[in-house]
Design a protein around this ligand. Structure first.
Ligand SMILES: C[S@@+](CC[C@H](N)C(=O)[O-])C[C@H]1O[C@@H](n2cnc3c(N)ncnc32)[C@H](O)[C@@H]1O
Ligand code: SF4
Length: 351
């Protein structure tokens, strides 16, 4: 019997590209949704042959701009998944959205088809900053979408980016204070990564120093009225993103759509799934355990101390560094200090 798999579905289209973004998507105002749907359904059939009738605890439409999907396409994909797999009764179905691409009617239609978690790309609460980032929406459009979504019986997230050129820690604190007034139960706060292939990557930007970035990270944790449960994610109790939590915890998942990655498990083996064309490479227990440690330690609950994880961790290092690392019950997690030096710490921790 195959184990349960989470499903990630990539939607590689945006109306236009933002100045900072290197995610796999292309600007296309009229994508060929018919061939997109056929491609996704063919991939579902491929996985059904490999995995059998697996249970599906979460489905995540990520992008790109999934809110551009016509509702009929969304419906066809969900129906096809439920023909081939068991969508569990409490399955979390997330859709990423851009303000300005979804109105109340479309939101209601997605909800009627099973969507129960909306992620809104707000990015900034300053109109000039949004323009500089190459966003198509203004602050009011984003706030209107959040207001509409808050009235529905769904989970809701807003994405923000901090660490922008010329931004100060005080600017970030003021932004967090404003976010606190929005009544959100989940917020993602991403530190800006400068990607060389993007317009930002080609500009000579005055970026905050590493020390300022660390101050911003600490200030966000202290100011937001939500709990940090992963390096970039904050939630009220019971409002965490189950899809991401399952994956960070080492759960199996498949990726549908060009460019989607996965970690499927079948025939008693873990595989690395990379796409374009689906390509599967077996990965050994140690590699998979290392991945679990990398993602698990970014979460506050930490990595589960399963046998494969215990086998590759230096317990001497854990014992010698109680101010960086905690062990509670069956999990190993990092202290706030440990989180700030995560990358160098991993080199010592993993044997
Ligand atoms: C896959 S994107 C899709 C979301 C949606 N298309 C939008 O832009 O609103 C998910 C999130 O990644 C974040 N992101 C994208 N590029 C980034 C970068 N270079 N640095 C930091 N965060 C980034 C943005 O906050 C964005 O909302
Ligand atoms: S941030 Fe979102 S809307 Fe902008 S290019 Fe990236 S995926 Fe598209």
């Amino acid at each position: 019997m195959a184990i349960e798999h989470n499903i990630y579905i990539h939607v590689p289209f945006c109306i236009s590209k933002c100045n900072y973004c290197a995610f796999f998507s292309r600007a296309d105002i009229a994508p060929d949704w018919e061939s997109y749907t056929v491609g996704i359904c063919d991939e579902i059939d491929y996985w059904a042959d490999k995995l059998g009738r697996i249970n599906v605890p979460t489905i995540f439409f990520g992008g790109g701009t999934p809110s551009l999907i016509p509702v009929s396409v969304f419906n066809k994909i969900i129906n096809h998944i439920s023909e081939k797999f068991n969508i569990l009764p409490n399955c979390e179905i997330t859709l990423e959205s851009n303000p300005g691409t979804i109105n109340e009617q479309k939101l209601d239609d997605f909800i009627a088809c099973g969507m129960n978690r909306l992620s809104v790309g707000v990015q900034s609460l300053n109109d000039d900053t949004l323009k500089f980032m190459g966003r198509r929406h203004d602050v009011q459009t984003a706030l209107n979408l959040l207001d509409i979504a808050k009235k529905k019986n769904i989970k809701l997230n807003a994405d923000f980016i901090y660490g922008l050129p010329n931004q100060t820690t005080d600017d970030v604190i003021q932004m967090c204070k404003r976010i606190n007034t929005l009544g959100l139960h989940h917020v993602s706060m991403y530190e800006l990564t400068i990607e060389p292939t993007t317009p930002f990557g080609k500009m000579n930007l005055n970026m905050p120093s590493n020390n300022t970035m660390a101050d911003m990270y600490i200030a966000i944790g202290e100011t937001l009225n939500l709990n940090r449960y992963e390096v970039s994610n904050y939630a009220a109790p019971n409002h965490t993103c189950r899809h991401n939590e399952n994956i960070w915890d080492g759960g199996a998942y498949i990726g549908l759509g060009v460019g989607a990655a996965g970690r499927p498990y079948f025939d008693n083996k873990w595989y690395e799934q990379t796409g374009g064309e689906i390509k599967l490479t077996p990965i050994d227990t140690k590699t998979r355990a290392t991945e679990k440690i990398l993602t698990g330690l970014r979460t506050t609950r930490g990595v589960l101390l399963s046998d494969d994880v215990v086998d590759i961790i230096s317990m001497d290092f854990v014992k010698q560094n109680p101010y960086l690392i905690n062990i509670n019950n069956d999990r190993l997690s990092l202290t706030d200090k440990g989180m700030l030096v995560l990358d160098s710490l991993l080199l010592e921790l993993v044997k």
